[in-house]
Design a binder for this molecule. Structure first.
Ligand SMILES: N[C@@H](CCC(=O)N[C@@H](CS)C(=O)NCC(=O)O)C(=O)O
Length: 213
């Protein structure tokens, strides 16, 4: 059985939603960030970066959200949360997955934790945060433009795993001055994805019942 190491609302929510969508059995293991459990020697044996999430699959463990997503999609193709291999659609799916994990998520991390870059200097931290928010906003505008000309979801009419990824990042970005939900096409996608029973079950299990985006 899978074991998903998670903390409420963290990037782990993406594979959590996909596990719920696929209907497979899995165990949810809390990594208690309040006591820095992600940096415990025991956890760092399966995730040497001390980050969340990690997925244990029998004898091995995988870290990095996007890698976990791809692993689950390969294991459970029946959920059809990605286009068929070898198609242009599949390549577009990869494009958006990497854009979300590598570009938008990283800017949001800098925006949330500017002190990790500049230490305790509050003035520098504010500048770093402002820059990260501006770059994240530009990325959200790119997504908005794509969605408004392409359909409800990233890949058009059909939902895929990247739509769940955006929902999780949108929750983090709620305090931004121009949060994701203020963009009409993004807002429609978020409403659609957050209404899915699997998403509601995943967030409820994490203790998240409001403020989803
Ligand atoms: N690129 C990694 C980033 C993981 C990451 O930074 N996770 C955050 C939670 S969303 C975390 O573990 N933060 C705790 C820490 O940095 O100590 C991934 O997507 O798996």
């Amino acid at each position: 059985m899978y074991k998903l190491h998670y903390f409420p609302g963290n990037a782990s929510a993406v594979p959590h939603m996909l596990l719920e969508e696929s209907g497979v059995d899995y165990e949810l293991c809390l990594v208690d960030r309040d006591i820095n459990a992600q940096k415990s020697p025991e956890y760092m044996r399966i995730n040497p970066m001390g980050r969340i999430p990690t997925l244990e699959d029998g004898t091995f463990a995988i870290f990095e959200t996007a890698a976990i997503v791809l692993h689950l999609l390969e294991r459970h193709p029946e959920g059809l949360m990605q286009p068929l291999a070898g198609t242009g659609e599949r390549s577009k799916f990869y494009q958006w997955l990497f854009f979300l994990t590598n570009s938008l998520q990283e800017e949001l991390m800098i925006w949330q934790y500017p002190d990790r870059l500049v230490g305790a200097d509050a003035v520098s931290a504010a500048m770093v945060r402002q820059g990260a928010e501006a770059r994240a906003s530009t990325m959200l505008d790119v997504i908005e433009k794509h969605l408004s000309s392409n359909g409800l979801f990233f890949l058009g009419a059909k939902i895929s795993a990247v739509d769940f990824y955006l929902l999780v990042l949108a929750r983090w970005a709620r305090p931004m001055s121009n949060p994701p939900r203020t963009r009409p096409a993004i807002s429609k996608l978020l409403a659609e994805v957050s209404a899915r029973p699997a998403v509601q079950r995943a967030y409820a299990a994490e203790g998240i019942t409001d403020g989803i985006y």
